[in-house]
Design a protein around this ligand. Structure first.
Ligand code: HEM
Length: 309
């Protein structure tokens, strides 16, 4: 962009509403998937956060570690380079925002723009300056597995069974891509509209193993679809939610009550994007909590005295 034009479109630091509006303005993309980049932005916010481990307090949405190959190149993150690229013009117009804030805010704004609930969002995440604090690969869930795996992964982040089911409702959005995860297809008929259809379809459609040369996944048609339509899909981890006796009651609740789902999704997504973010009294996140206790040197205070916290 012409630097003079860029200056005109730049927002003032901390004008997060300007960033929200800008994110909204880029969501529609005619030739992309189902016409919106909203779903992949939601997935970006989730994968930025879902590396958190409460066991050693590492990972989480602070740092924007996916900018580095070690994290960005994790096969679980395949395709998210597209999402990050889509957000580059927004970052260019609002250079003061950190990537870690931008990725989480874009997810929140995308959910809202697609008809979902408002999700509380706080700024203050910082971007790592190096790879020192990157979480190891392999912390994100594997769709080919089932309930024990879901519990291992999400309990590690600090979530309970109800929260696992509520978070999974994000699969009302977007689709699987053969070239990214190996799986294929959308979960619902209208995958750019946030709703509780995912739970209703999980319970009510006739899911059968898909007969194809890809990984094991479930396949079904919704009423009104015909053989020419692309079939809907469920991952083994999605289907585990109706097979497991503790998960299933929550699927039933959310299928019957969209308002409850929206309320619970808002709370749990807000919790997700706060994982691993420890803010100073000024609201700015430290790179790492252990550093806050140990060797982190904060910016000089007004008195000019450097404090070692
Ligand atoms: C429960 C464990 C989960 C597993 C195993 C899982 C797995 C997957 C897989 C395999 C894909 C397809 C990726 C591709 O091929 O492009 C996907 C897409 C997606 N996931 Fe999940 N996911 C899980 C949880 C979540 C959570 C917690 C969220 C958000 C709260 C989420 C949001 C999404 C979205 C929005 C997409 C669509 C992306 C697009 O359209 O490009 N997922 N997930």
């Amino acid at each position: 962009m012409d630097p003079r034009r860029l200056l005109l479109t730049m927002s003032k630091p901390n004008d997060f509403d300007a960033v929200r509006q800008d994110v909204r303005s880029i969501l529609k993309k005619k030739d992309y998937d189902h016409g919106s980049i909203g779903p992949v932005l939601v997935r970006l916010a989730w994968h930025a956060s879902g590396t958190y481990s409460k066991e050693d307090d590492t990972g989480g949405s602070n740092g924007a570690g996916m900018r580095y190959e070690e994290e960005g190149g994790d096969p679980a993150n395949a395709g998210l380079q597209e999402a990050r690229k889509f957000l580059e013009p927004v970052k260019e117009r609002h250079p003061w925002i950190t990537y870690a804030d931008l990725w989480t805010l874009a997810g929140v704004e995308a959910v809202r723009a697609m008809g979902g609930p408002d999700i509380p969002w706080k700024s203050g995440r910082t971007d790592f300056a190096n790879t020192k604090y990157l979480p190891p690969r392999g912390r994100l869930p594997d769709g080919a597995l089932a309930q024990d795996h879901l519990r291992d992964i999400f309990y590690r982040m600090g979530f309970n069974d109800q929260e696992i089911v509520a978070l999974s409702g994000a699969h009302n959005l977007g689709r699987c891509h053969k070239t990214r995860s190996g799986f294929d297809g959308p979960w619902v008929v209208n995958p750019t509209r946030f709703a509780n259809t995912y739970y209703r379809f999980l319970l009510n459609l006739d899911w059968k193993p898909r007969n194809w040369d890809g990984p094991f996944q479930y396949s079904a048609y919704a009423p009104g679809m015909d053989d020419d339509d692309e079939p809907l899909m469920m991952l083994p981890t999605d289907y585990a939610l109706v097979q497991d006796e503790k998960f299933r009651p929550w699927v039933e609740k959310y299928a019957a009550d969209q308002k409850l789902f929206f309320e619970d999704f808002s709370k749990v997504f807000a919790k997700l994007i706060e994982l691993g973010v420890y803010r100073d009294e000024d609201g700015i996140a430290r790179c790492d909590k252990r550093d806050a206790k140990g060797s982190y040197i904060s910016a000089p205070k007004k008195s000019g005295v450097q404090s070692s916290l």
